[in-house]
Ligand binder design. Sequence first.
Ligand code: SF4
Ligand code: SF4
Length: 156
Amino acid sequence: MPRKKKNQGESSKMSKSDSLSLRTRRRVILSFPPSVLQTPITYILAKEYDIASNILRAEILPEESGKLVIEMDGLPENLDKAIQRIKEFDIDVTEIARKVTFDMDKCIHCGACVSVCLAGALKLDKNFHLEFIEPKCTVCEMCVTTCPVDVVNIDI
Ligand code: SF4
Ligand code: SF4
């Protein structure tokens, strides 16, 4: 059966906006054995998984093991695959847990954070009180910078 031809312009436009809304960030500590110190990890992440890496800390000595703390920005499924790939190089990967917390005692329930939360993790309930649906949160940090009374924090 012949396949329906895709509308290229439309599909690429959709996937670009989808990508922007679904990208998330994860911080990991990479511990390298000496044999893989030269492996271009950040290049592989960008080229094969469309992941932008920000090196937050590096401790690498020639001919010795090294450590990198990096923040990876990409689609969740790509981040999972990339972490698996990194492990195949015999690099130890430790994820640094991050989560968002709200100081509800100080929240004024203005809803500003709801409008920037593309993951749907924030909503105002029927009494116009902020509700945080934590399992949906991708820790994108958009609400942190949007809150006018500074009650959103990132816990590392
Ligand atoms: S960090 Fe804030 S804006 Fe981003 S997904 Fe979580 S609750 Fe929504
Ligand atoms: S932007 Fe800040 S004050 Fe407004 S609802 Fe969100 S957490 Fe509360």
